[in-house]
Design a protein around this ligand. Structure first.
Ligand SMILES: NC(=O)c1ccc[n+]([C@@H]2O[C@H](COP(=O)([O-])OP(=O)(O)OC[C@H]3O[C@@H](n4cnc5c(N)ncnc54)[C@H](O)[C@@H]3O)[C@@H](O)[C@H]2O)c1
Ligand SMILES: O=C(O)[C@H](O)[C@H](O)COP(=O)(O)O
Length: 378
């Protein structure tokens, strides 16, 4: 019988492959060479380093990661050793968009920002960045899209050079993969030099990979007030993160930007389907079951006396009260990994209906463009 080793923190997975395989589950960090000796496939997430040390002399033929990022897979080694691998492109991109939306909502609510007067630089315009860019455009912001590989490939006027707009953006949000070589390498892309050229008081958001920002340089830039605020979901050396940096950033979360139930379900679906295609199991269209509903799927807002930014911010923060995640991490930073494993149910915008009392159709259209399933004006 087919043997599959799987990470035990992949929601919706249990039961999917059991009719076809002997499936054993372990915490991601504990999956090692010994556990993979007789495995045909590994269904994984970012916490298992899929490299020579883990994979040599095993019978693994396929790795499927239920995540967007695949920097935990030594793809060169796998390819030269006939191990196929897949990730889950785009699976939780809407969830990361919701994370950035929640930050914009906090800037409106707590710092009085008027989004139409602000500019955002989106660095990396792939699955996540393109959604963040569309969100910011729907909110009326000026958007600078920065993506050198796409700029080279697609040409045209759409993309900016980071150096040309770095001093114009009120927010710089990073959505690149982590790469350590080549012309477009992103390791420490945000370094002392880049931080020093930012508009004074700018907000830096990183939900890509921790190593895209040099944490030491970021601390200095916050201390010297070169930048106004930093928002970090991803960190160098997770889960042993720099607690001094944590104290200095405005919003700190334990790598959960992509942790909506919807994103998790899609990641699991893409993994199961990849296993099915590879081993011809006949469940190429497998779907996750029983995705939990939001506690309060209807958002009711009286718009009288409120401006559009505040109304939208209220709805966004109803779906995702991001400060809860910040408070939990600051409560005990040693619980970084536990907080990820025990993450509460979060649903994306499309799981919600909004009722606007005294609202306008124009506002309703804007909120639908952001992603809410239904927006009713009463
Ligand atoms: N925090 C989380 O929970 C979470 C969730 C999902 C994804 N991620 C991470 O977010 C990042 C983006 O994910 P994605 O799905 O959009 O990836 P993607 O591959 O779809 O898009 C990445 C984009 O970055 C561009 N890029 C590459 N090098 C660049 C550079 N030097 N400067 C600017 N742009 C560059 C690429 O051309 C591409 O368009 C990845 O690092 C992923 O691992 C994190
Ligand atoms: O790459 C991704 O998809 C995200 O970073 C994802 O949220 C990582 O999840 P993990 O495997 O660490 O649970």
């Amino acid at each position: 019988m087919l043997k599959i080793v799987a990470d035990n923190k992949i929601p919706f997975l249990e039961g999917a492959l059991e009719p076809f395989a002997d499936v054993t589950y372990f915490p991601g960090g504990e999956i090692d060479n010994e556990k993979l000796k007789e495995a045909d496939a590994l269904v994984t997430r970012t916490r298992t380093k899929c490299n020579e040390a883990t994979l040599q002399c095993t019978s693994v033929k396929l790795i499927t990661s239920a995540t967007i990022g695949f920097d935990h897979i030594d793809t060169d080694w796998c390819e030269t050793h006939q191990i196929s691998w897949t990730n889950a492109p785009g699976c939780n991109s809407e969830s990361v968009k919701q994370y950035v939306a929640a930050i914009l909502a906090l800037l409106v609510e707590e710092q009085g920002w008027q989004l139409a007067n602000k500019a955002i630089a989106v660095v990396g315009v792939g699955n996540v960045g393109s959604k963040v860019s569309a969100l910011a455009q729907a909110l009326g912001m000026t958007v600078y899209e920065v993506d050198p590989p796409r700029a080279r490939h697609e040409g045209g006027q759409r993309f900016y050079q980071l150096d040309d707009i770095i001093d114009k953006a009120d927010i710089i949000t990073f959505h690149t993969p982590l790469t350590k070589e080549g012309d477009d390498q992103t390791y420490h892309l945000c370094d002392r030099g880049l931080l020093s050229r930012m508009k004074p008081g700018a907000v830096v958001i990183n939900s890509s990979r921790g190593e895209v920002i040099n944490g030491t340089a970021l601390k200095e830039a916050i201390e010297s007030k070169q930048i106004g605020q930093a928002v970090l979901d991803v960190w160098e050396n997770e889960p042993e993160i720099d607690s001094d940096l944590l104290d200095k950033v405005w919003i700190a979360t334990p790598h959960i930007a992509g942790y909506s139930q919807d994103g998790k379900a899609k990641g699991t679906e893409m993994s199961v389907r990849a296993v099915s295609r590879f081993f011809k199991l006949g469940i190429d269209e497998w779907e996750a079951q029983n995705i939990p509903q939001p506690e309060e799927p209807e958002i009711s807002i009286d718009c009288k006396g409120l401006d559009e930014d505040h109304i939208i911010a209220t709805a966004i923060l109803h779906t995702y009260p991001i400060k809860r995640d910040d408070t939990d991490l600051r409560g005990d930073v040693s619980q970084f990994e536990y907080l990820r494993g025990a993450y509460p149910v979060r649903r994306e915008f499309h799981a919600y209906e909004v009722v606007l009392h005294n609202g306008t159709k124009a506002l309703a259209d804007k909120m639908k463009a952001i992603g809410f399933r239904e927006v009713i004006v009463k």
